[in-house]
Design a protein around this ligand. Structure first.
Ligand code: FEO
Ligand code: CA
Ligand code: CA
Ligand code: CA
Length: 603
């Protein structure tokens, strides 16, 4: 079944073979450098990283831990500079501190953890000849946002009694952001970042004040007893018994203006409270922003928000002021997917139904518009703060863990990474359906959604599965119809991005095929649609994050290198990036062609 001819433009590199090397492995003829590492100083006055003398004060001026999503923006009036906005999803204390005692963390270790969360805004300098990129410390735009930075709450649930605490009786001012995973860039130049697994930071869900509160906490995965990091010993707000509303103040999409280091970042309540993975925008045909958003949990949902206001173009003060309010007013929807093949043909194996595709139609079910709830028995405030419960009530489709989402800038089709769901079809759990067609789904799938008339403001859509991931030799996989003997194996798709040619790039997290995670490019249209080609692999224990594909460079954030069972500073599972005797350090890597040519172009 061989397919003659060249790979799609933008994907003409020699694919990296699956491997288990403790390195970032790139295609032949390519080079790489470390753009920035955990602990590198970015703010004025911050010291160089010293693993034996870490402090919260130092960390607050240094690049944080576990880099995930990255946004890259041009710096006005500065050629050869790029602005990186990077999420720091979480900390792994056992890999950060020698001799860490998980039962008895010190105050300094906990406060380093707070300072290592959040985001970094950091300018980087471009090499003139190749795609090398190097962080610039002390640039005026550099900024750290941490677990203690003040945020303003905006949108219809701002000030709600569900958000008030003893430290903030207004319900409008929250300290910090946690577990920032994926994100997006708005057409007006701000950066969005999703608060994902925020439940893990809180203790004593069993001591919530009443049964209603307990049910709500349970739906979001809050647990009984002490938290893993024991932060509740050092700040009461992480103890649900003492501050029952503090958990409601996390799980939001945040918006940051990266070009104003003094601006107050915001938590956007109109976008709902879920385990926010990411939020990628489009504009409706009449110029209103639409955000697509996944809730990354087994059997959770896919959402979109449609603003009621049109974006103002241009960089005037009036435009900036107006555009700040776009994500505060509109309608929040959740997706329902319907297959077009008979249910008996979806047998759980991944075998294609008789019509040759996993595909169908769908509808966007409204949950709330401004102060109006569309869900029986829930107020609008309750819909925003307990969005999962609202979506449960309206019969949304339970998905296989929606991770990143990316609209194609060429076609407007929206790609959703459904990373895996090993509980799919298991006893007592939701059965397979045409959008989530495999029992015990280990490898995940990528869904392609086309809005009716290609208008993102529409309430109807069509969909089909673009990739059903795994070993191409496994009959239960599908690569957009491309011959499977010519594709790279891929497992657990997570972050997505597009290159200038309209190819989708997919990074993976949790490869279940026995090799390391990596980054892959795939054509979405034309005769090479579905031809998956692997561009790089990451070190032991790492996940590939934040991919950005530019003309001359590919950027990846290597997250949680060395995070394997039983690993610690004393027993490292990885020595990346600096070799034996050093701490493993999550870092951003740039990759380029040695001859200075464009990525994936003909030699
Ligand atoms: Fe933080 Fe769903 O990945
Ligand atoms: Ca079908
Ligand atoms: Ca992710
Ligand atoms: Ca993941």
């Amino acid at each position: 079944s061989g397919k003659a001819g060249k790979p799609a433009r933008g994907l003409r590199f020699s694919p990296v073979a699956p491997n288990t090397k403790d390195a970032v492995v790139v295609p032949e003829g390519h080079d790489q450098n470390l753009v920035i590492r955990w602990g590198d100083p970015i703010l004025r006055g911050a010291p160089a990283f010293d693993p034996d003398n870490q402090s919260a004060k130092a960390q607050a001026g240094q690049f944080g831990y576990n880099n995930d999503y990255m946004a890259v923006l041009d710096v006005p009036h500065e050629d050869d500079r790029q602005l990186l906005v990077v999420n720091h999803e979480y900390t792994d204390e056992v890999l950060m501190f020698a001799g860490y005692d998980a039962d008895n963390p010190t105050r300094e270790q906990v406060e380093i953890g707070w300072a290592a969360h959040g985001l970094s805004v950091v300018v980087a300098a471009e090499d003139r000849k190749v795609g090398k990129l190097t962080a610039v410390s002390r640039h005026r735009l550099n900024r750290r946002i941490t677990a203690t930075t003040p945020f303003e709450v905006t949108g219809p649930a701002a000030g709600s009694k569900l958000l008030r605490t003893s430290a903030d009786p207004s319900g409008k001012r929250i300290l910090g952001t946690l577990n920032n995973c994926g994100g997006g860039i708005t057409p007006w130049g701000t950066v969005l970042s999703g608060e994902e697994n925020f439940n893990q930071y809180f203790a004593n869900a069993d001591q919530a004040p009443d049964a209603t509160a307990k049910t709500r906490l349970k739906r979001y995965g809050f647990e009984e007893g002490a938290s893993e990091r024991k932060w509740e010993r050092f700040d009461d707000r992480f103890d649900i018994a003492q501050e029952p509303n503090e958990p409601n103040r996390f799980g939001w999409m945040i918006e940051v203006d990266p070009f104003d280091p003094d601006s107050t970042p915001r938590k956007l309540t109109a976008l709902g409270r879920i385990k926010h993975e990411a939020a990628e925008p489009r504009l409706t045909t009449d110029g209103r922003p639409v955000l697509y958003m996944g809730d990354d949990e087994e059997f959770d949902y896919f959402y979109k928000f449609v603003s009621s206001k049109r974006m103002m173009k241009g960089g005037s003060r009036a435009a900036r002021e107006h555009n700040r309010t776009l994500l505060d007013e509109g309608t929040l929807y959740v997706a329902k997917f319907t297959g077009d093949s008979p249910a008996k043909e979806i047998d759980g194996s991944g075998k294609l139904p008789d019509d040759g595709e996993f595909d169908g139609s769908g509808e966007w079910i409204p949950l709330a518009t401004g102060d109006t709830s569309h869900v029986d028995g829930m107020t609008a405030e309750e819909v925003y703060v307990f969005t999962r419960i609202a979506a449960d009530k309206v019969g949304a489709t339970k998905m296989d863990r929606p991770e990143d989402v990316e609209p194609s800038p060429r076609t407007g089709r929206v790609y959703v990474a459904l990373t895996n769901n090993t509980d799919r079809g298991k006893d007592g759990k939701a059965p397979v359906d045409e959008a989530n067609p495999r029992t015990g789904n280990k490898h995940g799938q990528i869904l392609e959604l086309t809005e009716r008339r290609n208008n993102p403001g529409s309430t109807r859509f069509n969909w089909r599965l673009f990739l059903v991931c795994g070993d191409p030799e496994d009959p239960g996989t599908y690569f957009g119809g491309f011959p499977k003997d010519q594709v790279s194996p891929i497992s657990c798709p997570d972050n997505l991005t597009f290159d200038a040619f309209g190819n989708l790039w997919i990074s993976t997290d949790g490869n279940e095929l026995g090799n390391h995670d990596g980054l892959f490019g795939v054509a979405t249209a034309g005769g090479r649609r579905g031809e998956v080609r692997q561009f790089l692999t990451v070190p032991n224990g790492a996940e590939t994050c934040g991919p950005i594909v530019q003309d001359r460079r590919v950027l990846v954030a290597v997250q949680h290198p060395g995070e394997l069972d039983g690993a610690s500073v004393e027993k490292p599972a990885s020595t990346w990036p600096e070799g034996p005797g050093t701490l493993v350090r999550p870092s951003v890597v740039s990759v380029w062609r040695r001859d200075g040519g464009d990525i994936g172009a003909d030699a």
